[in-house]
Ligand binder design. Sequence first.
Ligand code: MF3
Ligand code: CO
Length: 269
Amino acid sequence: MNKLDIKLWTLAAKGEIVPKRSLLKTPAQVRAIRKSAALNTALLNYISKHIRAGISTAEIDRLVYSFTTKHGGIPAPLHYQGFPKSVCTSVNNVICHGIPSEKELLKEGDIINVDVSTILNGFYSDASRMFIIGDASPRAKKLVQVTKECVELGLKAAKPWGHLGDIAHAVNTHARANGYSVVEEIGGHGIGLDFHEEPFVSYVTPKGSEMVLVPGMMFTIEPMVNEGSPDFYIDEENDWTVYTADGGLSAQVEYMVLVTKNGIEVLSK
Ligand code: MF3
Ligand code: CO
């Protein structure tokens, strides 16, 4: 056993949840995943230049597919567990996993989450942004702003050898202080060698709980914040799209991060 194995073993003996060694990326893996993440971020920058009122979500899907493949990547959502498109586009009361459609035209006042995930040379990256189309209501703008703040506060709360629950606590506290709720059953995930790796990342668990943040871990910070109740239902026809149960607005921002010895590094946002 080396020093790290002993440290992990000692923590586990104290009842802490520690990652398997396979979840800790090697320097070579980190280098490869960084390239995937850089392409993923470039893709979000590209989408942000084209998104506007009048565009269909199917057009966003085409932009994602063409940009990604032109740069040697593959959109990870395409055919993932039967998902039919290259990107998730979640508008207004859609919490996540919205499916792009020709029939869905963005209009002034909409808020939309564009969630892009990229495979480059077999390595995975994932991030999402909120966009406000034209001038939205103060209510919509505030939800988007607070959701961005939640992710930034979650990021600040994350420290090597801290816990995933520290992030959740920061996110949930800020959402609730603004009268919002955080979706409980859907959360973030490990990422890098696969699209969805361990651990599941909750944003409603207590400070000091859940997995220890060990250098080499990679995961997403992606809370879904609802203006009303956190309850949801899934579209019965497509079995993907997640809607707020009460019809209220929902927002989500996703950063992909790496735990290092010195802190937390954002790989894609
Ligand atoms: N980016 C989403 C996530 O964070 C991907 C959902 S799976 C898909 O997990 F098939 F809808 F893309
Ligand atoms: Co994700």
